[in-house]
Write a protein that binds this ligand. Structure first.
Ligand SMILES: [Zn+2]
Length: 137
């Protein structure tokens, strides 16, 4: 028996709901690689189900293949949320390309996790980060 994979697109309502979840939307679209637009990005999100482990290259390649065949989407981002695998795709509001760069949004939750991870007070991390940002910008 061959392995199966199921890809199901979330409805508009389900997309709105999951995007309100901070954890899911931590890695979010920031800029269009085709035209440079930075602003609002439309999203399409797909739930991945089946026998493949989407945590490894083989599983991801199978998903990439089907996303290309079924939806003609190449620039996809893998996410796990509440033990469910998802693919997140963003579309530029200006040129409609889905060649969109994602980045991690820094928020208090991330500082909190960093603080725990590095065993350093959260305030210290925030002030260090601000110093770094000042230097690089
Ligand atoms: Zn664009």
């Amino acid at each position: 028996m061959g392995k199966t994979i199921r890809i199901a697109e979330l409805s508009k309502k389900e997309v709105d709901k999951i995007l309100r979840t901070k954890k899911f939307n931590r890695l979010a679209p920031v800029s269009c690689n085709a035209c440079g637009y930075k602003g609002f990005f439309k999203r399409r999100i797909f739930k991945i189900d089946g026998d493949y482990d989407v945590g490894d290259d083989e599983g991801q390649n199978v998903v990439r293949y089907h996303m290309k065949q079924q939806y003609n989407l190449e620039y996809i981002h893998f996410k796990i949320h509440r033990n469910i695998n998802y693919v997140d795709v963003a579309f530029c509001s200006k040129c409609n390309s889905n060649k969109v760069a994602f980045d991690i949004k820094l928020n208090d939750e991330i500082f909190d996790e960093l603080a725990k991870h590095l065993n350093v007070p959260e305030d210290k991390i925030k002030s260090d980060m601000q110093d770094i940002l000042k230097r690089v910008s």
